[in-house]
Write a new protein. Structure first.
Length: 197
């Protein structure tokens, strides 16, 4: 799936018209609830089976351009982490991966294909991670995002997360300099968020 304005991979879906967009062509604006394209779809969620590692690698490369994620000063190979996958008619359309750290569980990566965004899948995946954290007797659920990813920032705040720390220039240093992100914002900082359990 490519952006309807260029040939780059689509990462988002317009909440008004439903067109698929890359990060460069996604724009942030205020939209009323009736304009949000919320449709009901049938999906299943299951713990990530071994056979899904290739799908997870493809998702991670598509959404972040690399298989390894740096978050909370740790590097993770996302496809090797525990998590959940979402399927629509046997096709993987999203996933969440997480790791433990002291008294917390870290959401390392969460992605849903643009066509299926806005249907409650991300919320359901976060709920699954929260349940895993509670079972593991963790005190909080952690997640981080880049400073340009305002859709992710808004999503996690709507799920009860609160920004508690900004790590200036972490992402820029990892990639050897600044590059453009969503809405052409420079990507540089890691925003760390927490949800108490």
């Amino acid at each position: 799936m490519t952006c309807h304005q260029c040939t780059k991979e689509a990462l988002y879906k317009c909440s008004v018209c439903g067109q698929l967009l890359c990060g460069e062509h996604a724009q942030l604006r205020t939209v009323c609830l009736p304009c949000c394209n919320k449709s009901e779809i049938d999906y299943t969620i299951e713990k990530t089976p071994e056979r899904e590692k290739a799908s997870i690698r493809e998702f991670v490369k598509r959404f972040w351009g690399e298989e390894e994620q740096l978050t909370f000063d740790r590097k993770f190979l996302v496809s090797e982490l525990p998590g959940y996958v979402v399927k629509v008619e046997e096709r993987t359309v999203g996933f969440i991966s997480f790791a433990t750290a002291d008294n917390a569980m870290i959401i390392v990566a969460l992605a849903v294909l643009p066509k299926y965004q806005g249907c409650g899948i991300g919320k359901h995946l976060v709920s699954k991670a929260r349940k895993e954290a509670v079972i593991s007797k963790k005190k909080e659920l952690l997640v981080s995002t880049s400073n340009d990813d305002l859709p992710a920032l808004g999503f996690y705040q709507s799920q009860g997360f609160q920004v508690y720390e900004v790590k200036p220039n972490v992402i820029a240093e990892k990639h050897g300099g600044l590059f453009k992100g969503i809405g052409n914002l420079p990507i540089r900082d890691e925003l760390r968020m927490s949800k108490k359990l």
